[in-house]
Design a protein around this ligand. Structure first.
Ligand code: AMP
Length: 222
Protein backbone atom coordinates (compact mmCIF):
# COMPACT_ATOMS: atom_id res chain seq x y z
CA UNK A 1 0.00 0.00 0.00
CA UNK A 2 1.17 3.51 -0.76
CA UNK A 3 1.75 5.63 2.33
CA UNK A 4 3.66 8.74 1.25
CA UNK A 5 1.19 10.57 -0.91
CA UNK A 6 0.84 14.11 -2.24
CA UNK A 7 -2.46 15.63 -3.40
CA UNK A 8 -1.98 18.61 -5.71
CA UNK A 9 -4.68 20.77 -7.26
CA UNK A 10 -6.13 24.30 -7.42
CA UNK A 11 -8.33 25.75 -4.65
CA UNK A 12 -11.66 23.89 -4.26
CA UNK A 13 -10.57 20.90 -6.34
CA UNK A 14 -11.55 18.64 -3.43
CA UNK A 15 -8.07 17.93 -2.00
CA UNK A 16 -9.21 18.29 1.61
CA UNK A 17 -12.38 16.24 1.17
CA UNK A 18 -10.57 13.40 -0.59
CA UNK A 19 -7.59 13.46 1.77
CA UNK A 20 -9.82 13.26 4.82
CA UNK A 21 -11.80 10.36 3.34
CA UNK A 22 -8.67 8.43 2.33
CA UNK A 23 -7.04 9.09 5.67
CA UNK A 24 -10.00 7.47 7.45
CA UNK A 25 -10.07 4.50 5.05
CA UNK A 26 -6.34 3.78 4.92
CA UNK A 27 -5.14 5.09 8.28
CA UNK A 28 -2.61 7.46 6.71
CA UNK A 29 -2.33 10.85 8.50
CA UNK A 30 -3.92 13.75 6.57
CA UNK A 31 -1.64 16.79 6.67
CA UNK A 32 -3.00 20.08 5.32
CA UNK A 33 -0.36 22.82 5.47
CA UNK A 34 -3.18 25.40 5.14
CA UNK A 35 -4.88 23.94 8.24
CA UNK A 36 -1.55 23.74 10.15
CA UNK A 37 -0.85 27.40 9.33
CA UNK A 38 -4.40 28.48 10.30
CA UNK A 39 -4.03 26.63 13.58
CA UNK A 40 -0.70 28.39 14.30
CA UNK A 41 -2.40 31.71 13.49
CA UNK A 42 -5.35 31.04 15.80
CA UNK A 43 -2.93 30.06 18.61
CA UNK A 44 -1.22 33.42 18.01
CA UNK A 45 2.29 31.93 17.67
CA UNK A 46 5.00 34.01 16.00
CA UNK A 47 5.03 31.63 13.03
CA UNK A 48 1.22 31.80 12.77
CA UNK A 49 1.20 35.61 12.84
CA UNK A 50 3.89 35.75 10.16
CA UNK A 51 2.05 33.20 7.97
CA UNK A 52 -1.24 35.08 8.37
CA UNK A 53 0.28 38.19 6.73
CA UNK A 54 0.56 36.16 3.50
CA UNK A 55 -2.50 33.89 3.64
CA UNK A 56 -4.86 36.85 4.22
CA UNK A 57 -4.07 38.24 0.75
CA UNK A 58 -4.01 34.85 -0.94
CA UNK A 59 -0.22 34.80 -1.42
CA UNK A 60 1.90 31.77 -0.73
CA UNK A 61 3.64 31.68 2.64
CA UNK A 62 7.46 31.78 2.15
CA UNK A 63 9.03 28.35 1.64
CA UNK A 64 11.20 28.58 4.78
CA UNK A 65 8.17 28.86 7.10
CA UNK A 66 6.26 26.05 5.36
CA UNK A 67 9.27 23.70 5.35
CA UNK A 68 9.72 24.37 9.09
CA UNK A 69 6.11 23.35 9.76
CA UNK A 70 6.37 20.22 7.57
CA UNK A 71 9.83 19.22 8.89
CA UNK A 72 8.54 19.49 12.48
CA UNK A 73 5.50 17.45 11.54
CA UNK A 74 7.56 14.62 9.97
CA UNK A 75 10.02 14.64 12.91
CA UNK A 76 7.12 14.27 15.36
CA UNK A 77 4.92 11.84 13.41
CA UNK A 78 7.18 9.90 11.06
CA UNK A 79 7.24 9.62 7.26
CA UNK A 80 3.67 8.42 6.55
CA UNK A 81 1.44 11.15 5.19
CA UNK A 82 -1.20 12.33 2.81
CA UNK A 83 -0.15 15.91 2.04
CA UNK A 84 -2.96 18.23 1.01
CA UNK A 85 -1.73 21.55 -0.41
CA UNK A 86 1.99 20.79 -0.04
CA UNK A 87 4.36 21.19 -1.85
CA UNK A 88 3.15 24.32 -3.61
CA UNK A 89 6.48 25.44 -5.08
CA UNK A 90 9.40 23.65 -6.73
CA UNK A 91 11.56 24.83 -3.79
CA UNK A 92 9.22 23.07 -1.34
CA UNK A 93 9.22 19.94 -3.51
CA UNK A 94 13.03 19.86 -3.52
CA UNK A 95 13.17 20.37 0.27
CA UNK A 96 10.71 17.51 0.72
CA UNK A 97 12.86 15.31 -1.56
CA UNK A 98 15.80 16.03 0.77
CA UNK A 99 13.81 15.46 3.98
CA UNK A 100 12.66 12.08 2.65
CA UNK A 101 16.11 11.13 1.38
CA UNK A 102 17.48 11.79 4.90
CA UNK A 103 15.05 9.24 6.37
CA UNK A 104 15.30 6.80 3.38
CA UNK A 105 11.57 7.04 2.76
CA UNK A 106 10.81 7.73 -0.92
CA UNK A 107 7.59 9.31 -2.13
CA UNK A 108 5.03 6.73 -3.34
CA UNK A 109 2.38 8.68 -5.25
CA UNK A 110 1.49 12.18 -6.49
CA UNK A 111 -2.11 12.90 -7.51
CA UNK A 112 -3.07 16.03 -9.46
CA UNK A 113 -6.77 17.00 -9.22
CA UNK A 114 -7.60 19.07 -12.30
CA UNK A 115 -10.46 21.60 -12.40
CA UNK A 116 -11.27 24.54 -14.67
CA UNK A 117 -11.40 28.13 -13.29
CA UNK A 118 -15.18 28.60 -13.83
CA UNK A 119 -15.95 25.54 -11.69
CA UNK A 120 -13.35 26.63 -9.11
CA UNK A 121 -14.98 30.05 -8.71
CA UNK A 122 -18.47 28.54 -8.37
CA UNK A 123 -17.31 26.15 -5.66
CA UNK A 124 -15.32 28.79 -3.72
CA UNK A 125 -18.23 31.27 -3.66
CA UNK A 126 -20.54 28.54 -2.34
CA UNK A 127 -18.08 26.98 0.13
CA UNK A 128 -18.81 26.82 3.86
CA UNK A 129 -16.18 25.60 6.33
CA UNK A 130 -16.83 24.28 9.83
CA UNK A 131 -15.00 26.27 12.51
CA UNK A 132 -15.03 23.15 14.68
CA UNK A 133 -13.88 20.16 12.61
CA UNK A 134 -12.72 21.94 9.42
CA UNK A 135 -15.07 19.96 7.15
CA UNK A 136 -16.15 21.84 4.02
CA UNK A 137 -19.53 21.85 2.23
CA UNK A 138 -21.07 23.28 -0.91
CA UNK A 139 -23.74 25.46 0.76
CA UNK A 140 -26.39 25.22 -1.96
CA UNK A 141 -25.55 21.58 -2.70
CA UNK A 142 -26.14 20.57 0.93
CA UNK A 143 -28.86 23.13 1.76
CA UNK A 144 -26.62 24.78 4.39
CA UNK A 145 -26.17 28.44 5.30
CA UNK A 146 -23.42 30.70 6.61
CA UNK A 147 -23.78 30.64 10.43
CA UNK A 148 -25.64 27.31 10.39
CA UNK A 149 -24.56 24.06 12.07
CA UNK A 150 -22.07 21.54 10.71
CA UNK A 151 -23.82 18.23 9.90
CA UNK A 152 -20.68 16.35 11.04
CA UNK A 153 -19.89 17.90 14.44
CA UNK A 154 -22.53 20.61 15.11
CA UNK A 155 -19.87 23.37 14.94
CA UNK A 156 -20.54 26.75 13.34
CA UNK A 157 -20.35 27.00 9.54
CA UNK A 158 -18.66 30.08 8.09
CA UNK A 159 -17.10 31.40 4.88
CA UNK A 160 -13.29 31.23 5.00
CA UNK A 161 -11.86 34.77 5.05
CA UNK A 162 -9.77 33.99 1.93
CA UNK A 163 -12.76 32.58 -0.01
CA UNK A 164 -13.52 35.89 -1.75
CA UNK A 165 -13.31 37.01 -5.42
CA UNK A 166 -10.19 39.16 -4.92
CA UNK A 167 -8.26 36.68 -2.82
CA UNK A 168 -9.26 33.82 -5.14
CA UNK A 169 -7.77 35.66 -8.12
CA UNK A 170 -4.45 35.90 -6.27
CA UNK A 171 -4.61 32.25 -5.16
CA UNK A 172 -5.20 31.13 -8.76
CA UNK A 173 -2.32 33.30 -9.97
CA UNK A 174 -0.03 31.74 -7.34
CA UNK A 175 -1.24 28.27 -8.33
CA UNK A 176 -0.45 28.76 -12.04
CA UNK A 177 2.84 30.53 -11.45
CA UNK A 178 4.29 28.49 -8.56
CA UNK A 179 2.43 25.21 -8.15
CA UNK A 180 1.94 23.99 -11.73
CA UNK A 181 5.76 23.80 -12.14
CA UNK A 182 5.73 21.24 -9.28
CA UNK A 183 3.93 18.89 -11.70
CA UNK A 184 6.83 19.18 -14.17
CA UNK A 185 9.28 18.64 -11.29
CA UNK A 186 7.76 15.26 -10.41
CA UNK A 187 7.30 14.25 -14.05
CA UNK A 188 11.00 14.82 -14.72
CA UNK A 189 12.54 13.55 -11.45
CA UNK A 190 10.16 10.66 -10.78
CA UNK A 191 8.55 9.42 -14.03
CA UNK A 192 5.29 7.50 -13.53
CA UNK A 193 4.66 8.77 -9.97
CA UNK A 194 2.13 11.48 -10.97
CA UNK A 195 -1.48 10.69 -11.89
CA UNK A 196 -3.96 13.24 -13.25
CA UNK A 197 -7.59 12.97 -12.12
CA UNK A 198 -10.60 14.96 -13.40
CA UNK A 199 -11.90 16.78 -10.30
CA UNK A 200 -15.17 17.81 -11.98
CA UNK A 201 -16.49 14.28 -11.39
CA UNK A 202 -18.62 13.54 -8.32
CA UNK A 203 -16.82 13.03 -5.02
CA UNK A 204 -17.52 9.26 -4.93
CA UNK A 205 -16.18 8.73 -8.46
CA UNK A 206 -12.99 10.62 -7.60
CA UNK A 207 -12.62 8.67 -4.37
CA UNK A 208 -12.80 5.32 -6.13
CA UNK A 209 -10.07 6.37 -8.61
CA UNK A 210 -7.86 7.66 -5.80
CA UNK A 211 -8.32 4.70 -3.50
CA UNK A 212 -7.46 2.30 -6.33
CA UNK A 213 -4.25 4.29 -6.88
CA UNK A 214 -3.41 4.05 -3.16
CA UNK A 215 -4.22 0.37 -2.81
CA UNK A 216 -5.29 -1.56 -5.86
CA UNK A 217 -5.33 -4.91 -4.00
CA UNK A 218 -7.66 -3.57 -1.31
CA UNK A 219 -10.07 -2.19 -3.90
CA UNK A 220 -10.20 -5.54 -5.76
CA UNK A 221 -11.00 -7.35 -2.51
CA UNK A 222 -13.99 -5.12 -1.62
P1 AMP B 1 -5.38 25.95 1.76
O1 AMP B 1 -6.07 25.69 3.06
O2 AMP B 1 -4.59 24.76 1.28
O3 AMP B 1 -6.29 26.51 0.71
O4 AMP B 1 -4.27 27.09 2.05
C1 AMP B 1 -4.68 28.38 2.50
C2 AMP B 1 -3.52 29.35 2.40
O5 AMP B 1 -2.44 28.89 3.24
C3 AMP B 1 -2.91 29.47 1.02
O6 AMP B 1 -3.62 30.40 0.20
C4 AMP B 1 -1.50 29.96 1.36
O7 AMP B 1 -1.50 31.32 1.71
C5 AMP B 1 -1.17 29.16 2.63
N1 AMP B 1 -0.53 27.87 2.32
C6 AMP B 1 -1.02 26.61 2.55
N2 AMP B 1 -0.15 25.67 2.17
C7 AMP B 1 0.92 26.33 1.66
C8 AMP B 1 2.15 25.92 1.08
N3 AMP B 1 2.46 24.62 0.92
N4 AMP B 1 3.01 26.90 0.67
C9 AMP B 1 2.73 28.21 0.82
N5 AMP B 1 1.59 28.65 1.33
C10 AMP B 1 0.68 27.75 1.77
Amino acid sequence: MKERIILLGPPASGKGTQASRMSKAFGIPHVSTGALLRSEASLGTELGREADRWTRGGSLVPDGLVIRVVGDWIAANGPRFLFDGFPRTVGQAKSLDELLRDVSAPLDLVILLELDPVEIRGRIMDRLTCRGCGETYGGSLHGLENGGSCPTCGGKLARRSDDTEDVLAERLRAYCESTLPVVAHYESTNPGILHRVDAAQGSDAIYSVLSALVDWEMQKAE
